[in-house]
Design a protein. Structure first.
Length: 228
């Protein structure tokens, strides 16, 4: 019942003082899993070619009869969108997600977009073959992946085009052995760590702007004086 009124796995883990992973495992064992419902963008007047799906937890339901998600048997790839626009993360990342979807469709893959921003092009009806209108959080992304894996050939997930929001999910995907297409988590983690990345460039003897890592005000002053 508590899932049906909107409590996330993360919130339940905080209330029970346990890990989100443990909550997810126990919930799955008890078969407390969401169903996906379809938003009919044509109000039943015409067939909706790109269904907008969202998840919900219902009490006393049958997954087979209540779930409206219908994964295909095609070769498919999931693209993680950028979520809400914010400072440092805007329309340029949504453009990348759209172009990735178009390119994958051109070479014969079914594209599945996960995003939660109605103001973006990536959530338009003609951008992907299927859209899940869900938060870019571990619980929701994992539920979608599990549903799509039930049928067809899910080749992998692309997490690099939507900015920091999906990139932060790369560790979760890696730890759960979910296939990441493109740059792998270990490389993403290296590039995100400024000090490790600087040391790598030094070892490779590649040119870079002078910089330093400061962990206090005094260290920052010394680095600034050294660099000039």
């Amino acid at each position: 019942r508590i899932k049906s009124i909107g409590f996330s796995d993360k919130k339940l883990s905080q209330l029970t003082k346990t890990s989100e992973t443990l909550v997810r495992k126990k919930r799955t064992t008890l078969k407390v899993i969401p169903v996906f419902k379809k938003v009919d963008t044509c109000a039943a007047e015409f067939k909706s070619f790109t269904p907008y799906m969202y998840s919900t937890y219902q009490r006393n339901f049958s997954i087979k009869s209540e779930c409206e998600a219908n994964p295909s048997s095609k070769r498919k790839i999931i693209i993680l969108g950028g979520g809400p626009n914010r400072i440092g993360q805007g329309i340029e990342f949504d453009y990348c997600c759209c172009q990735a979807s178009f390119a994958l469709r051109d070479v014969g893959f079914e594209t599945i977009m996960i995003n939660c921003n109605p103001e973006t092009v990536s959530t338009d009806y003609d951008t992907s073959d299927r859209l899940y209108f869900e938060p870019l959080k571990e619980e929701y992304v994992n539920n979608i992946i599990n549903r799509e894996k039930e049928k067809g050939n899910l080749l992998g997930i692309i997490a690099q085009f939507g900015g920091q929001t999906p990139i932060k999910l790369a560790k979760f995907l890696h730890e759960n052995k979910l296939p990441i297409l493109g740059t792998q988590y270990t490389s993403i983690d290296l590039a995100e760590d400024r000090e490790r990345f600087k040391n790598l460039l030094d070892r490779l003897k590649l040119k870079q702007a002078e910089s330093g890592i400061a962990k206090s005000y005094n260290q920052a002053i010394k680095i600034a004086e050294r660099i000039g």
